[in-house]
Design a protein. Structure first.
Length: 559
């Protein structure tokens, strides 16, 4: 290298150009990895809703005898022959590796399994019959077979078009199911809630030492009236159940009548013939199933059904967390920046706040369990909910304690962003406001804080993004695998802060690591992760839209 080249290289290094390229490369690699992860989640998750074809395989067993297998191809992989060991046969030894197919066989109540690996070398015939039907059920997962008849009250019906008649009968059954759900959840649920409140009222009167019979008699009159209404509704529900369970479809799983199975229509959530669908029909079915996944409740140990309670719980918890953290974080940031005397104590507080942002989230969960749940919740139960004891009301994990715990977790972010937003406001704005006769309070809350609101919103955006994805602290302060009721309903006081709730992040953990059927739950992990990303993105888009509006409003004042 000659002296001229060395001088040019030295200037190039001192100018910082290499570090710019290194940072650009690091950012590009991070974006590529993030894009690849999101693509993987999207493809694997959305593939679960596509109506894949159902195949009928004729296979050869170890003794060379043919047998039949029906199912959907879930995965394909290549395995080295050496890995098979003694299980390899003459067909496998023809090459260095074999191809295996993971088949979703369904019919778990018949075969005892949902999935099965087969070797491609043992497939003698593979076809996709148009009449092959897939049934999704409330229990026992999916069922594959061909419709051979319909039954009503156990009697086989004579029908010319079994498929059309099945659709009509199932639509009627679905109407009955909807009526049953409305009665059980709305009417019967309301009566049960009122009966429980009457019981607690009577218990509270006993604890207060009331000896007069009048209030107890009034409670008894109300209780009897509610029980009469409950009995009428119960009779109606029993009659609806009997009517809904009388119809069934006869499905053939094999080649003869010995393999016929009766599937009650009340147990079937939907059915379709994927092999008879064209591309447009499959696309329509894809979006219908995706929507059902979003609005339905989970079933079969969370490996089937939808995730609506988890979406609802996640959004509601994030909104409550924002309500809790915003005022405290903003007030704390304003005090540290505008009112607190800048000295050793203030610097120490700032260092503590910054360090709190790095504390593991599980530590906040332990604190929330010990302070919010056991201390505050236990005290609230002792003071206001004695009638319900020993069953805890607020002395156990719930929506409010989870929101407060995450508010505490994200509080440092909001405080720091508030201080930084206030620091960007020119000093001339403050002096001009004071010179016009405004007090320090008026200057701060009518001029400075509104101008700093874009920076404050940035902190809230970061807080929402972190809170929506946290799982560890929630496992200690209120999240559950399956919540029987939503925290928000039509019963007074409508928003029940003491109730436990479901969360998308915990749902991913539960389905992915606690599911009894790993293969069936794997697509739901990707699908739920995709929806969690979408929920966080939508929450952030709303916050960013508000921030941009505030930034545009006060843009001219910051110069």
């Amino acid at each position: 290298m000659n002296p001229g080249q060395q001088i040019t290289f030295t200037r190039w290094m001192h100018a910082g150009t290499p570090w710019i390229w290194i940072n650009a490369a690091a950012v590009s690699a991070s974006l590529l990895l993030l894009g690849g992860l999101l693509t993987l989640i999207t493809v694997r998750g959305m593939a679960h809703f596509w109506p894949a074809s159902v195949y009928e395989f004729i296979l050869e067993d170890d003794e060379g005898q043919p047998y039949r297998l029906v199912g959907q191809i879930r995965e394909t992989e290549k395995v080295p022959v050496a890995q098979l060991g003694d299980r390899a046969d003459s067909h496998d030894l023809a090459g260095s590796e074999i191809t295996r197919l993971l088949i979703k066989t369904g019919n778990r109540d018949v075969t005892g399994q949902d999935f099965r690996w087969i070797r491609a070398s043992r497939i003698r015939q593979q076809k996709a019959p148009v009449s092959m039907t897939l049934f999704e059920r409330e229990e026992w997962g999916v069922f594959f077979g061909q419709i051979v008849g319909l039954k009503k009250d156990g009697e086989l019906l004579t029908t010319r078009d079994a498929w059309a008649d099945l659709q009509a009968m199932w639509s009627y059954t679905e109407a009955l199911r909807a009526e049953i759900n409305a009665l059980e959840r709305a009417e019967i649920g309301r009566i049960n809630y009122q009966l429980e409140r009457l019981r607690l009222r009577g218990r509270q009167l006993q604890l207060d030492g009331v000896t007069e019979r009048t209030p107890f008699e009034a409670i008894e009159v109300e209780r009897q009236a509610l029980e009469q209404d409950y009995k009428k509704l119960e009779e109606r529900v029993i009659a609806l159940y009997a009517e809904a369970r009388r119809d069934a479809v006869v499905v053939r799983t094999g080649t003869d009548a010995a393999s016929d199975r009766d599937l009650p229509l009340f147990n079937i959530t939907r059915f379709w013939r994927p092999n008879a669908m064209n591309v447009w029909q499959r696309t329509g079915h894809f979006f219908k199933k995706l929507w059902t996944f979003i609005v339905d409740e989970p079933r079969e140990a969370n490996t089937e059904g939808g995730i609506y309670p988890a979406i609802f719980g996640t959004i509601l918890m994030v909104l409550l967390m924002t309500v809790f953290v915003a005022p405290f974080g903003v007030v704390a940031g304003v005090y540290l920046k505008e009112y607190a005397k800048q000295g050793v104590l203030t610097r120490t507080i700032r260092i503590a706040v910054n360090n709190l942002a790095g504390v593991p989230s599980i530590v906040y969960g332990v604190f929330g369990l010990g302070f919010f749940v056991y201390t505050l919740g236990g005290s609230i139960d002792s003071l206001f909910y004695q009638a319900a004891l020993p069953a805890p009301t607020f002395g156990t994990g719930g929506l409010m304690w989870a929101s407060l715990t995450l508010a505490l977790l994200t509080l440092p972010v909001v405080i720091v962003s508030t201080e930084e937003g206030l620091a960007r406001i020119p000093r001339a704005i403050r002096e001009g406001s004071l010179a016009l006769g405004a007090t320090q309070w008026e200057t701060l809350w009518r001029t400075i804080v509104p101008m700093a609101s874009p920076g404050i919103m940035t902190g809230l955006i970061l807080a929402v993004a972190r809170a929506a994805g946290e799982v560890a602290p929630l496992m200690l302060v209120g999240v559950v695998k399956l919540a029987p009721t939503l925290p928000l309903d039509g019963n007074f006081p409508f928003l029940h802060l003491e109730r436990k709730f479901m969360h998308l992040g915990f749902h991913i953990y539960d389905v992915g690591f606690q599911s009894p059927n790993v293969e069936a739950a794997r697509p739901l992990v990707y699908a739920t992760a995709f929806l969690l990303v979408v929920v966080i993105l939508l929450l952030n888009i709303v916050a960013i839209h508000v921030r941009n509006g505030l930034r545009e409003k006060y843009k001219g004042l910051e110069t």
